[in-house]
Design a protein around this ligand. Structure first.
Ligand SMILES: *Cc1c(COP(=O)(O)O)cnc(C)c1O
Length: 251
């Protein structure tokens, strides 16, 4: 086994035990937190190394890069991995995303949700989505405003080929406001659930997709049910996606 793969496996083990410790510290069961390994800019071999160490869920930010790696990663892993689209969703990419991903975390406009629903292939189960909320105020530009989240969620929940699973946020890392931002997202989810008619949402509208390498323990302390962790598993990221997409032998 190549050194890099041993590194991925041991870092993955380390991240899992950090998740266990964070859960224990909050009196939560480890099973309440799902780990998505963020593999953007990393090769399908690195993904396969994580998959053979038991990792099933992977996150990607760029459609073309992801499509170039997915088939090969699934094949090398010997099973179908679960793919999460975590980048900003552009409307000209919704069809590829709806066809190839299991989850989309960054839904921030109804128009995008409508396209994803209309373009989700009939033979696949409904696409799992989270509504992204801007909980950091001016510091961040992506995500709907908290006061729009309720209406957006209610509209998304009605789309036939989507399954609304929860809320997602990306607060600015390494600032004192990260923890209040996580707490704010949890309060918002609770509020939306509490104010809705029982028929509006399914029971599995309960995902809090929050926390990355720098802050996933804080996110777990504030109720994260899904953490998106990249560099703590795969190592420092190459600075540019071009390093990978420039490489034509990825498929
Ligand atoms: C890149 C990325 C991550 C992972 O970041 P790390 O700091 O490497 O853990 C998580 N979420 C989103 C939305 C990302 O773009």
């Amino acid at each position: 086994m190549a050194d890099g793969m041993i590194d991925v496996a041991s870092r993955l083990t380390e991240v899992r035990s950090r998740i266990e410790r964070a859960c224990a510290a909050s009196g939560r069961s480890t099973r309440t937190v799902q780990l998505v390994a963020v593999s953007k800019f990393f090769s399908s071999e690195a993904i396969a190394a994580a998959a053979s160490a038991g990792q099933r869920d992977f996150g990607e930010n760029y459609v073309q890069e992801a499509l170039a790696k997915m088939g090969r990663a699934d094949q090398t892993a010997g099973r179908r991995l679960r793919w999460h689209f975590i980048g900003p969703v552009q409307s000209n990419k919704t069809s590829a995303i709806a066809a190839c991903f299991d989850w989309v975390h960054g839904v921030e406009r109804l128009k995008i949700a409508q396209r994803l629903s209309a373009q989700r292939p009939d033979e696949l189960p409904p696409l799992n989505v989270c509504v992204q909320v801007n909980v950091s105020g001016e510091a961040s530009k992506s995500g709907c405003q908290p006061d729009q989240a309720q209406a957006l969620c209610a509209a998304v929940a009605r789309l036939p080929r989507l399954r609304l699973r929860g809320l997602m946020c990306i607060p600015e890392a390494d600032t004192a406001s990260v923890r209040p931002a996580f707490a704010g997202l949890r309060a918002l989810l609770e509020d939306i659930r509490a104010r809705a008619l029982a028929s509006t949402y399914r029971d599995d509208f309960d995902t809090l997709s929050m926390g990355m390498s720098a802050d996933f323990e804080l996110a777990i302390a504030e109720g994260a049910t899904l953490v998106r962790v990249g560099s703590a598993i795969f190592g420092p990221r190459p600075t540019s996606q071009l390093l990978h997409t420039a490489n034509p032998n990825q498929r």
